[in-house]
Design a protein around this ligand. Structure first.
Ligand code: ADP
Length: 474
């Protein structure tokens, strides 16, 4: 069953219940109050007749002979009121003219109550199918019941009125429920129509496997509008993830193909006799080793990112950052020395050095800084300088890696932390994972990684780490 029908049915059920309860209350109150009205008139009338008899000199004789002056009755009044005086044995002493030859029915219950000198009231079913409301008041002399005054009124009018009200209420309920049902269906259809459209578009997106498509955003800022925005945001994210995944596949295979080709070529060279010549053999083996190292780094990076994504925990401990930077500096000098040999001489130096202790994973921090220095060396031309500095502020420890290299254009800057993003695709510079790993490490330490750059002037990456208060003494 669709939501639309369910909503409408639920709403109709509640509406019907309310209307039925309301109608029942109205109907019951109306019936009770109309009957009260009748009863009051009957009591009055009975009291009137009783008073007439009671004021006679000899009520007993009056009742026995039936010579009673009944108060005048308005014969044109509708509905008619009938009066009857009975003796204690149940025989009729006197009756109002409008009764003609007929008699008010003598109800055993009423008589029994009267005999106990108590007035009684009852609704009696009469032969023609109608109802008769009857009051019976005992006439007593010195505590002894000598007869009773009965006053009755047919409930034809009351019943007819109640019947009309009932028909009206039921008709009203039916009409209201039908109209409300129609309006409810229409309104829920209008309200849910955008959702149908979303479903259709989403279905088309799924069938066409086109994550680039977006749902048309409705102009209203309501639940549906928010649903569409959320859905679009999700598509956007999926699209980006999917594209990144595709790029990863392409990048990784591309990155692996080049070293594999090189290794293959060198193996062929060795097979074809290069192994016999010590120099050629050494060159081929060096090349193979270099490529294997490169592949190792790539695989390690990919593994680390996969672990980071799976929520890997860092092995945190107190780290003396100044000592760590010294180690990194030594390693970086080795890196730059190999580049010197390759004719890309860049000087690495230590700048400002405060002492600082942070809580962190020393291996990861080292990896982060080496990534930054490796980039700085890569993108700094011959004769440039890379400076590593450490500053300790009250709240943050900052490590900056500053180069005098090519710089990063402003339009590229926002993307450099993206995975697999490489501004310079030519040449074997890396796969574009270094900075995303660096940023992940910084954030996993509760810190951040920022960058400032000017094209042609150089680039400064700054690692911000929260200061470890325990290290204040050091
Ligand atoms: P890669 O493996 O290409 O070095 P990274 O994630 O480390 O990947 O860096 C992404 C991109 O950021 C690089 O391709 C480069 O364009 C740019 N970049 C990073 N560091 C520097 C730097 N020190 N100077 C200039 N550009 C840089």
């Amino acid at each position: 069953m669709s939501i639309r029908v369910r909503l409408t049915l639920g709403y109709l059920a509640v509406l019907t219940a309310i209307l039925v309860v309301f109608s029942a209350v109205v109907y019951t109150f109306l019936g009770i109050s109309m009957l009260n009205e009748v009863d009051r008139a009957l009591w009055d009338r009975a009291a009137q007749v009783g008073a007439v008899i009671a004021t006679q000199n000899d009520p007993l004789t009056v009742v026995r002979t039936g010579l009673i002056d009944l108060p005048p009755l308005d014969v044109f009044a509708t509905p008619a009121v009938y009066i009857q005086v009975t003796r204690s044995d149940g025989s009729v002493a006197r009756q109002s003219q409008n009764l003609g030859e007929q008699r008010l029915p003598l109800d055993a219950d009423l008589l029994a109550i009267n005999m106990r000198n108590q007035p009684a009231l009852k609704t009696i079913a009469v032969e023609n199918g109608g109802r008769l409301r009857m009051v019976s008041v005992p006439i007593s002399v010195a505590g002894e019941v000598i007869g009773a005054v009965q006053v009755g009124q047919p409930l034809i009018e009351v019943d007819a009125t109640l019947h009309r009200v009932l028909v009206l209420l039921m008709g009203g309920i039916i009409v209201t429920v039908v109209v409300a049902g129609g309006v409810g269906l229409l309104m829920s259809w209008l309200a849910l129509r955008p959702i149908d459209r979303i479903t259709q578009t989403a279905g088309q997106i799924a069938r066409a496997q086109d994550l680039g498509r977006r749902l048309p955003v409705p102009t209203t800022d309501d639940e549906v509008g928010r649903l569409v925005s959320t859905f679009n945001a999700m598509l956007e994210r999926l699209d980006r993830l999917f594209q990144a995944q595709q790029r990863l596949g392409a990048d990784v295979s591309h990155e692996l193909r080049t070293p594999l080709t090189t290794i293959r070529g060198n193996v062929d060279l060795l097979r074809r006799g290069a192994a016999d010549d010590p120099i050629e053999r050494a060159t081929a083996l060096d090349a193979i080793e270099g490529e294997v190292d490169h592949m190792n780094r790539l695989v390690a990076d990919l593994l680390l990112l996969a672990q980071a994504e799976a929520g890997m925990q860092l092995q945190k401990q107190l780290v003396e950052l100044d000592t760590l930077i010294l180690e990194v500096y030594r390693q970086a000098q080795l890196m730059s020395a190999t580049r010197f040999l390759a004719g890309q001489g860049v000087t690495i130096r230590l700048g400002h050095e405060d002492q600082a202790v942070v809580e962190g994973d020393p291996d990861r921090l080292k990896q982060l800084l080496l990534n930054l220095i490796d980039n700085a060396l890569k993108y700094t031309p011959e004769g440039g300088t890379v400076t590593v500095s450490l500053y300790r502020d009250p709240e943050w420890v900052r490590v900056s890696v500053e180069d005098t290299g090519v710089g990063i254009p402003p339009d590229v800057l926002p993307h450099i932390f993206d995975r697999f993003y490489r501004a310079q695709r030519e040449g074997r510079t890396g796969v574009g994972l270094g900075l995303s790993i660096a940023r992940w490490i910084a954030e996993a330490h509760g810190g951040r990684l920022t960058v400032e750059s000017e094209v042609g002037q150089g680039t400064t990456f700054t690692l911000w780490l929260p200061t470890e208060s325990a290290g204040d003494s050091g």
